[in-house]
Design a protein around this ligand. Structure first.
Ligand code: CUA
Length: 310
């Protein structure tokens, strides 16, 4: 698996982003044509010397300065507004509901299940392809903005308010989502991975995410003890263990995620070791303290344990 992901509104892979990209191209091409005409006229006025016909000049000023912009801007406004109802329509009843909260500087993700259950994860969102999904967007501190450029438009996440967004991915792939509202020191390192997959793969992923953590090897077991002793469970939850902190990301299936630190580093043992030891160098401003005092073997088993949480 590579770390490369698409993060471009023009590389569209969703119903919403398709119309946004179309709007962009229409505006760009239209704007370029008008710019060429205006510059052409300006050049003409400079290079052709002598008196210009007064009547034609007046026609040009009224036509080009008032009539033409009025028609063009009215047409553009109508064209743009006509897209809004479809972009704002909620996902149909029965669609998957995903609640995402912006937290400085990561994402709390909750899959609301039809049976009332709730599956919490963080910094990674999986979506079934060709199905509309309803997002409920919140913030736990300051204003953030939720944006997956390849899938749709961006929506603010406000403290004390719930905003909504429907996304409808049309292509399988890995995309990058970002925080699109300046929210403090680590704003640029507040990103997430979006994996659009088939219904079967998505169901399998959900089933696995719903299960409690499975501990593996003996080394990993030693790592679980380090996790407990170092007090990691005060901030992080690992379902099925005594760790039930809610301040930081849920780590129940941390090992299954693509990245570390809200899409800052690819998820592998070396990067995780760096993350735990030099947290503030990797992501200045992060709330998690660096655990520099852990012995090498403690760190090794802790990394092994977290990596095995698949
Ligand atoms: Cu959160 Cu910028």
């Amino acid at each position: 698996m590579t770390f490369a992901q698409s993060q471009s509104a023009l590389d569209h892979a969703g119903v919403g982003s398709e119309s946004i990209a179309e709007l962009f191209w229409v505006m760009l091409i239209g704007g370029t044509l008008i710019w060429l005409i205006v510059v052409g006229l300006a050049v003409y006025a400079i290079v052709v010397p002598g008196e210009h016909d007064q009547k034609k000049t007046r026609m040009l000023v009224i036509g080009g300065g008032a009539v033409f912009p009025t028609i063009v801007l009215t047409a553009l406004l109508t064209y743009g507004l006509a897209m809004l109802p479809e972009l704002q329509r909620p996902a149909p009843e029965g669609s998957q509901v995903i609640e995402v909260s912006g937290v400085r500087w990561w994402w709390r993700v909750n899959y609301r299940m039809p049976d009332g259950k709730n599956i919490e994860t963080a910094n990674e969102i999986h979506l079934p392809v060709n199905e509309p999904v309803e997002f409920k967007l919140k913030s736990e501190d300051v204003i953030h903005a939720f944006w997956i450029p390849s899938l749709g438009g961006k929506v603010d996440m406000m403290p004390g308010r719930e905003n909504r967004l429907k996304l409808h991915p049309t292509r399988v792939g890995v995309f990058r989502g970002v925080c699109a509202e300046y929210c403090g020191e680590a704003h640029t390192q507040m990103a997430f991975d979006v994996i659009v997959q088939s219904r079967e793969e998505f169901d399998e992923w959900l089933r696995q995410q719903a299960s409690p953590a499975v501990s593996g090897s003996d080394v990993a077991e030693a790592g679980r003890e380090v996790f407990e002793a170092a007090g990691c469970g005060a901030c992080h939850a690992i379902r099925g263990t005594s760790a039930d902190g809610v301040v930081g990301p849920d780590l129940t299936h941390f090992g299954s995620r693509r990245s570390i630190g809200a899409s800052v580093l690819p998820n592998n043992a070396d990067n995780l070791t760096r993350w735990i030891k030099e947290t503030h160098r990797v992501k200045p401003g992060v709330e998690m303290p660096a655990f520099e005092t852990l012995a090498d073997d403690e760190l090794r088993s802790l990394v092994r344990y977290l990596g095995e949480l698949k």
